[in-house]
Design a protein around this ligand. Structure first.
Ligand code: CTP
Length: 415
């Protein structure tokens, strides 16, 4: 599968914690980003999840110290070197661009902090020079014990990145810190570490995407043809460039990019609420959504029967989310709007840029070949507050997303 992590090899070390059941989700998300994932399991880990699960999800053989006829540690390494399939694992330490240990038990943290290499995983870790993420999962008392804390500090001082355990109900029934970090946040850390240009690092970006659905009655709605592609591409690119991304999405067939916080909404009013709340803590709002401009004035509580020959629906205006956001923006916050125009595109774009008090407006005409709703490409002109007008050729929406973000950085002086 191709994706932002194409060409990257990630070693996922799985150790023996009940949280191992979440590790397959990490594999799926990393593979979805294009990564080549090789799973190394400790013997204890194989008691919680079978290697076959990981083999199936990653498409790679799993290295596991599990076979009774095979000794753990260096013996396995030697055996591993004996067959062409396994040979690759001997070179894992060299091949890996990133190592993730999730879940990481107190045991592996202790071994790593103290240079113990008594099985395949700890041996590999000792030989690795690539960045390493550890996602601890354990009982709260262990987590807070002096020795674990000292070990964590030691590893942090050596540059190991910790995906902090979450507070919640633990397997023991106790509530406290020790739950494995959410697979999405682990993948987000991986993306941040592996992706090159981090020019949106430390920025929080809210992207809206997709159509809205305005109910007519419990089974019908007024919608539009927006697919969400442009917004999803923007969210994915902003994430790749280091931003924390909140994607506020109307109904869309697309899967939200891994690592993005996606909040699903239906109506323009719901979108307004979520966008305003998210924007209050953000640096940038990109309104790529196509919220409805009108909604039925009084949606029926029951399904409307086809008794009358004619039916008139009264529509009322929805709130303009862009304008609402612009009216409360703080110094330093940026706002990008889109304008879908079928004639006099640039004049209309300039007017909306000014009247809606935006930093950038992306103007496009859905009737132009290569632009529009269900295509992967777009043809757009970017207009900026400072007067730049960038007429772009037909390009992939994901590439256009990058151009827009680059313009944002320069317009807002974030470079
Ligand atoms: N938009 C919004 N709230 C709405 C409708 C649209 O914030 N209720 C945003 C869209 O996300 C887009 C921009 O407004 O970024 C422009 O949308 P567009 O439909 O082109 O323009 P409108 O301002 O709605 O004006 P008109 O339809 O009259 O051209």
């Amino acid at each position: 599968m191709s994706g932002p992590l194409s060409g990257k090899t990630i070693v996922l070390g799985v150790t023996g914690s009940i949280a191992a059941f979440k590790a397959p989700q990490i594999v799926t998300r990393l593979v979805g980003q294009g990564a080549n994932v090789i799973v190394v399991m400790t013997e204890n880990a194989t008691r919680f999840v079978t290697p076959l699960t990981f083999e199936t999800l990653s498409g790679n053989a799993v290295v596991a110290d599990m076979f009774p006829d095979r000794k753990a540690g260096m013996a396995s390494l030697e055996e591993a070197a004996s067959g062409p399939e396994r040979l690759r694992h001997v070179h894992l330490a060299e091949a890996a661009d990133l190592a993730i240990i999730a879940p990481a038990t107190a045991n592996i943290i202790g071994k790593m902090a103290n240079g113990v290499a008594d099985d395949f995983l700890s041996t590999e870790l000792l030989a690795m020079t690539c960045p390493t993420i550890m996602a601890p999962a354990m009982n709260v008392r262990m987590m807070e014990s002096d020795v674990v804390r000292e070990n964590v500090e030691k590893l942090e001082a050596r540059g190991i990145i910790f995906a902090e355990a979450e507070i919640g109900r633990l397997a023991s029934g106790a509530v406290g810190k020790g739950r494995l970090a959410d697979p999405d946040s682990i993948v987000m850390i991986a993306l941040k570490l592996l992706l090159p240009k981090q020019d949106l690092a430390g920025r929080r970006v809210v992207v809206s995407a997709g159509p809205t659905r305005e109910p007519v009655d419990p089974v019908r709605f007024i919608g539009n043809r927006s697919s969400g592609r442009m917004g999803y591409a923007l969210a994915e690119r902003a994430l790749r460039r280091g931003a924390d991304v909140v994607l506020v999405s109307g109904p869309s067939p697309l899967d939200p990019p891994d690592g993005v916080e996606c909040i699903c909404v239906e109506t323009a009013r719901e979108m307004l609420g979520v966008v305003m709340k998210s924007f209050a803590q953000a640096d940038l709002l990109v309104m790529a959504a196509a919220p409805a401009d009108y909604r039925p004035a009084e949606p029926s509580d029951v399904k409307i029967k086809k008794t009358a020959e004619r039916l008139t629906l009264e529509l009322v205006r929805t709130d303009d989310i862009l304008s609402e956001a612009a009216s409360v923006r703080r110094e330093g916050q940026g706002i990008v709007g889109f304008a879908l125009e079928t004639n006099a595109e640039l004049e209309e774009g300039r007017r909306k840029l000014r009247e809606k008090n935006l930093d950038i407006i992306v103007v496009n005409n859905p009737l132009v070949e290569g632009a529009g709703f269900d295509t992967d490409t777009n043809v757009a002109t970017i207009l900026t507050r400072s007067g730049r007008e960038l007429e772009l050729a037909k390009m992939l929406k994901k590439d256009l997303a990058d151009v827009i973000l680059t313009e944002v950085i320069s317009e807002l002086g974030w470079g």
